[in-house]
Design a binder for this molecule. Structure first.
Ligand SMILES: [Zn+2]
Length: 92
């Protein structure tokens, strides 16, 4: 499973994290909207700094799908939360 985490506030200019997992219990937690402890340096540092993560999207797939999503510039275009915020901003 590939997943998109939204970071609030942004951490070192990173607003999103795209990861992939093949671990069933991690995938289950993500599907529920829970953010499991993920052993990625960026996330560990951000968590220590008090950044909140939310699971915004998941996809079926593995590393190949993750690479495809990451290679397309701007995780924000995949993030439902950012799209909602952008729409709200445009309406003003
Ligand atoms: Zn976002």
């Amino acid at each position: 499973m590939v997943y998109l985490l939204h970071l609030e506030p942004a951490f070192k200019r990173a607003r999103h994290f795209v990861g992939a997992t093949s671990d069933p219990s991690t995938a289950l937690a993500l599907a529920r909207g829970d953010v499991p402890i993920i052993d990625a340096p960026l996330l560990v540092a951000a968590r220590d700094a008090g950044v909140q993560f939310t699971v915004e999207r998941t996809w079926v797939g593995g590393e190949r799908e993750r690479a495809r999503i990451r290679s397309q510039k701007g995780a924000a275009t995949f993030c439902p939360l950012c799209q909602r915020l952008n729409q709200a901003r445009r309406r003003k």
